[in-house]
Design a protein around this ligand. Sequence first.
Ligand code: C2E
Ligand code: CA
Ligand code: CA
Length: 453
Amino acid sequence: MISYFSSRYSMLKDLPFILQGDNPEKKLRLTLLIAGFSSILAGFYMVATNFIKGENGVSALYCLSTAMGFYIVIAAFRDKLNKHLYIIVHALLLIIMLLFLLDNDHRVEKHSEYNYLVALTVGSALVLRQQTPYLSKIFPLICLVVYLFFISTGLTWQHSAFQLNIPHESGFYIVNCAVPMIALLLTAFTLRGNYSETDLIKRELSQAIEKNQLELYYQPQVDSNKKLIGFEALLRWKHPVKGFISPEVFIPVAEKSGLIIDIGKWVMEHTLQQIAEWDRGQHLSDLVFSVNISPLQLIHRDFTQDTLLSLSHYKIRPERLKFEITETTFVYDQKRIGDVISHFSQLGVKWAIDDFGVGYSSLKSISDFAIDDIKIDKSLIMQIFKNESSAIVVQKTIELSREMGLNVLAEGIESEEYFTYLRDKGCHLFQGYHFARPLPPADAQVWIKKAKI
Ligand code: C2E
Ligand code: CA
Ligand code: CA
């Protein structure tokens, strides 16, 4: 019972992260759910109050908006979301227009009803920004025109006829309503422009796997005798038009959009496939392959099962793998992370903490988990001869890690000088351009062949 509540609580606690990292479609569905439930709640209230006042026509109108709320909630769970979006936005616009025309019980409050159209105009410009040009551009403009029309004419339907209610000091009123509304819409359009580069990457990245644009490069890792001990698999995206796109650019986008789940799965699958291929030819079965695992990928429900299936499919021993995770991983559900780490540890997979020294870098917090290696970040390593405090941090990290029984890997080794200095300080493993850059598989194979001799 207690464990049930604690797991629900940790799910709630992690919700902001889960929502942040999820894909745009899920966000759109969530927005629809919120809009749907708000329509239902507000609708019920308005149906009841208007019914009590004897305003049966208006009450019926709000019945319609409540029904619309139910439709939106249902649509949030259905396929063919695009088709439902067309129906939803136009139905909302129609209901709001009917409201302006028919709800005439009050004078002053009437003006506040126009805010519904402000919400629909700006909301659609933002929420529908990844939909068709009609939904993302033309529909918000239609809403704007309808808004301008109603505030300037005050048109209503009363006593079986259309009535114009041109406001007093009409110029003043119209300018005061129109200018902020147009400014809001322009802000929404401009902000969308800021997102567009990321959106573009997101859209193209989602097709990169199918279009065969992803590749893995392998960077050698060596021990203190410069003997090859393994490789880190590093992802490359070869875009047909833009050329090479750095993982520093697209991995954060993949993490934010949730695409990292599929991409991470692809990386795991292809690394194992590559190990199997090299093993068949070289019989060098003690090399360890490091794979970068993003937090969302690690906490994904299928991670353990998918990885175990791939391991058994390619007949690779778990000892051949090392998973690199960053400290930010521990911000998520610690119990779950701990379970996954110890599960794979028991099978023989090694765990390394990547980018150590740039985050909040606490060896104490890591000691609770079955971690094997600390990878000191290249930005810190590259400072050791330039900045005394970096040199002290590196030295203390090596000493403490060794005391805790952890291996220390220094990345970003660009010259012999760095290698000898760090080796003499007690560092176990090394990676950097001084030994080799990340290599395409054919060049990595040359390294493997040389290591065999
Ligand atoms: P990282 O995990 O810290 O990987 C090390 C990065 O340092 C790599 O950049 C590597 O090319 C670069 N590097 C290695 N030695 C040197 C050196 O001597 N000097 C300098 N200046 N740089 C060096 P890369 O390949 O551009 O990858 C950048 C980051 O993208 C990685 O940082 C990792 O966080 C992420 N990434 C790459 N592949 C994957 C992947 O398959 N999955 C996930 N989740 N992230 C990945
Ligand atoms: Ca790494
Ligand atoms: Ca790193």
